[in-house]
Design a protein around this ligand. Sequence first.
Ligand code: EPZ
Length: 420
Amino acid sequence: MESMIIEGEQRLAGSVRIGGAKNAALPILAATLLGNGSCTLSNVPRVVDVFTMSKLLAHLGARVESNGDLTTVSVDEISSCRAPYELVKTMRASVLVLGPLLARHGEAFVALPGGCAIGARPINLHLTALELMGAEITIEHGNVHARVLGRLRGAQIYFDVSTVTGTENIMMAACLADGTTVIENAAREPEVADLAQFLITRGARISGAGTDMITIQGVPALHGADHEIIPDRIETATYLVAGAITKGDVTVERCRPDHSDALLAKLREAGAELMIEKETIRIRAPERLGCVNVKTLPYPGFPTDIQAQMMALMAVAQGSSMITETVFESRFMHVLELQRMGAEIRIDGNHAVVTGVKRLSGAPVMASDLRASACLILAGLAAEGETRVGRVYHLDRGYEQLDQKLVGLGARVRRAPERP
Ligand code: EPZ
């Protein structure tokens, strides 16, 4: 295992290019299962979760070729409909093959993802919706076994909770169903809209993606298509916070400012200077930012995937901030580690009250999940002295070359074998 070692108090300056969105690439890769024909995807992030999804597709019978940020997938036939626990346990998003396998092949065995550091993350809403579409679902030996005789049928689906991969699973399954499916209280994330765009290019009939009501009219088959993955709004946020927390001057390039409204509003409220153009955002921060309150919500609200990074920034802001996590029930694992670095944070249920300190102090800390890892690295950039972030494999699941990109901005960051 590796650690990331950060020498703090280096002001970041310069430009960094944003890669493709992991959370768009994963459902779009799963969607290649829905039909024959070759699909060439560009701007695919080279991150571990994408490699895992590619491995899973190959296991199911797909031909997957990657070359740089291009990935070409063709699925002439499904040779297996089993997503094994060995793969699913490393990546919950494997559940995204459930809908496509059912729609294309009529049967799927997908291991239940099990627990996660940030919450229980059940998939009950996915399964109930698929049953409404005619699937028979049983849970046996830790696997979801889903099957349908003939084709799935269109249905009226209402999600009690806005679920991103639940919306994506049903949208994919509905593409090949008999009749029309309407998803109400659908997730509105840009990654859902990007998946819909890919499916439409392949011949699907979808309207309303990006809103909370999506209508899908089933078609007999989908053909191949090329598609460019949208930029990663969470990666964008991470580098903007890196610029702010080091009182730097950072420009993120090839991003989608229109996907980051909630974050940009909060950074402005905190006193950062933002210069925004079509595909770039430049941030300059004063000596010390002011505190702001944050409440995570489904898109277009403040993203839960940026909560930890924002907490690192508020830990050195002037005054006290209230950070409320409403999406996941235990997404404060990074608090204990930030406290080791001198952060003053008090947790009260799903609220964290952060009282900014003048300076954090570098310390050995432990990453617990993907976004917590980023939070601790950001805190290390601002802290006095050296910070060692352990279990940095979490980071590699969703960030491409984060250390190299930070070094390119002037940070002193390197990898080292984990100390015993
Ligand atoms: C997606 O996860 C993202 N992952 C997550 O990003 C992100 O944090 C999350 O959406 C919320 O935005 C991918 O897109 C691959 P949900 P997902 O279903 O779909 C509850 C990252 O760091 N729920 O929208 O799994 C659930 O427990 C990752 O990149 C049910 O109760 O999240 C949660 O409280 C972390 N039953 C809430 O809904 C269900 O059947 C939102 O979860 C499904 C969800």
